[in-house]
Design a protein around this ligand. Structure first.
Ligand SMILES: *Cc1c(COP(=O)(O)O)cnc(C)c1O
Length: 476
């Protein structure tokens, strides 16, 4: 299996070469040269694998189609070590729960940080440790977070050999629960840096450090952001697991509704569908930041400025552009890399938008690739959380509520829609109180975490100071 860049760079790479990288050298995103096809016989076998041997065994089956530079026994061991009931809360790992007729929730957020990002990040932690160990190398992961991604990265990398994490967050701006989650980690390889500024200041520092190529090389700086192919690949597995749980035979179809921000999660659904999983439709749910809904309705992809990017009560979907979207557009354009480069590398940089609405190919987004979309607002979120609680006794978080709202709106008679549950309500307690006038449920292992000792360095928004801090802490 070889990987190419969506912008046409001639080089082809293997999985472990792109594992530790972000963008391709030409600024494109990595994709496999072709999606491996899963025939009826294989699907039937995988259904039995999930039932008899569990999620880790299914993960091995899917991943081994894309990873041929890790010996099979090692890859199987990495999957087993990652997807355990101990880490993900249940033997099923991603159990399915029925709401009303034709609407299911697939639980993806019972990992260490209570958001679906753990599903991929926990595997990434084990893959990184394995590959760095094999190479005898080290990696210093530098990132900026306003919540979910940073904590998922830290819980995935804590205690791992060869890896350190330097995570910048805006001082005093995360919720007390999120701060406690990150800052209570006492592992020597995890470094929390609270920057006196806003999230954009943190991101600017990360960019400045990454653009200092000499520093980047000397201190082996890397990232784990959402465009990483291994993260996306890990997410493909739970589409198969959700499908098998929602059906009894492989001639049935299922649709998925996905609360979306950077288009990573739903892009994994697109990959599963391209492999031959019988997915009917992929329903993209956005919040008030409706970049993606606008595209699937009109064909116009319009990146937002910071003034048009709203702070909402489903904050992990507050995006101004969808960083994985280029992967889907590349497929939509018949894998025309020149065209993809012209749109994403040139027109978007110049004009902040492109429009495929008048091109025949745009109709294929829904007709051939199954995409539809919808949007949810704060008022929708409150109503959906309340209704789901009152009718089913199920408490859902704000992001999942966006998914449930759009699923109900878009569902056709007879259609089975699986909504991906992307976080637990405890992470967004303020909105739960507003919707239900009660405290969200708190899993036992999080009782009292706000009172634990905190390990965090507060710093001015100063690139040189952050670089000094990294240099000083790369020796231990
Ligand atoms: C990251 C995140 C999303 C958005 O997922 P994408 O892969 O960026 O589309 C949705 N909900 C929650 C809770 C998240 O953490």
């Amino acid at each position: 299996m070889l990987y190419l860049s969506t912008r046409g760079h001639p080089e082809r790479k293997r999985f472990c070469e792109i594992l530790l990288e972000g963008l391709a050298p030409d600024g494109g995103l990595y994709l496999p040269e072709a999606y491996p096809q899963v025939d009826g016989e294989t699907l039937a076998r995988w259904r039995r694998v999930l039932a008899d041997e569990g999620y880790a065994a299914l993960a091995f089956e899917v991943l081994s189609l894309y990873i041929d530079d890790i010996p099979a026994d090692d890859l199987r061991a990495l999957c087993r070590k990652t997807y355990t009931a101990e880490v993900f809360g249940t033997k099923e790992i991603v159990p399915l729960k029925r709401l009303e007729e034709g609407v299911y929730l697939e639980a993806l957020s019972n990992g260490p940080t209570l958001a679906f990002k753990d599903m991929a990040m926990q595997l990434l932690g084990n893959l990184f440790e394995y590959e760095l160990g094999r190479r005898g190398e080290q990696l210093n992961i530098l990132g900026a977070t306003s919540g979910d991604t940073g904590s998922a990265a830290e819980y995935a990398m804590r205690g791992k050999q060869g890896v350190r994490v330097f995570m910048l967050s805006p001082h005093g701006r995360m919720s007390p629960f999120q701060q406690a989650q990150m800052f209570s980690l006492q592992d020597a390889n995890i470094h929390n840096i609270a920057v006196e500024g806003v999230f954009d200041d943190c991101q600017d520092i990360v960019k400045a450090v990454s653009n200092d190529l000499a520093f980047k090389r000397q201190y082996k700086i890397g990232t784990v952001n959402s465009i990483n192919w291994a993260r996306l690949l890990a997410q493909v597995v739970y589409y198969f697991a959700g499908y098998f749980q929602a059906t009894t035979s492989n001639d049935q179809t299922v649709s998925f509704c996905v609360p979306s921000g950077n288009f990573g999660n739903v892009c994994a659904g697109h990959v599963a569908r391209q492999m031959g999983l019988p997915i009917d439709r992929l329903i993209v749910a956005t919040n008030e930041n409706d970049v993606l809904d606008e595209f699937f309705r009109t064909g116009t992809y319009r990146v937002r400025g910071s003034a048009d990017t709203y702070e909402t009560s489903s904050p992990s979907m507050d995006i101004s552009k969808a960083s994985n979207f280029e992967r889907f557009v590349f497929d939509l354009l018949g894998r025309d890399a020149g065209r993809t480069r012209a749109l994403f590398g040139e027109q978007l940089a110049r004009e902040g938008r492109f429009d495929l609405g008048s091109e025949p190919v745009f109709a294929e987004a829904s007709a051939r690739y199954g995409f539809v979309s919808g949007k949810s607002t704060h008022a929708d979120r409150l109503m959906t959380i309340k209704d789901t609680w009152e009718r089913f006794g199920t408490m859902i978080d704000t992001h999942t509520a966006d998914g449930v709202k759009v699923a109900r709106e878009r569902r056709r008679a007879g259609e089975v829609v699986v909504v991906l549950e992307t976080a637990l309500p405890i992470k967004f307690a303020d909105t739960i109180r507003e919707a239900l006038d009660r405290e969200p449920d708190r899993p036992a292992r999080f009782v009292g975490i706000e009172d634990l000792p905190k390990r965090v360095q507060v710093m001015a928004p100063d690139v040189a100071a952050v670089q000094r801090y990294i240099a000083d802490h790369c020796r231990d």
